[in-house]
Ligand binder design. Structure first.
Ligand SMILES: [Zn+2]
Length: 49
């Protein structure tokens, strides 16, 4: 997964990320990764794995 950095679009609201706190950036990165997995699973998350 690619790490988000300040200025990237926020996964929850789409605004540019303002925080420079590494823990906040990590949390947003995990959230973005989770959202991406669910999008790409195309509603078939039960069948995956
Ligand atoms: Zn946000």
């Amino acid at each position: 997964m690619k790490f988000l950095k300040p200025g990237d679009p926020c996964p929850c609201c789409g605004n540019p990320i303002k925080t420079t706190d590494p823990q906040d950036l990590y949390a947003l990165t995990v959230l973005a990764d989770w959202i991406e997995r669910h999008r790409s699973s195309d509603g078939r998350e039960e069948a995956a794995e």
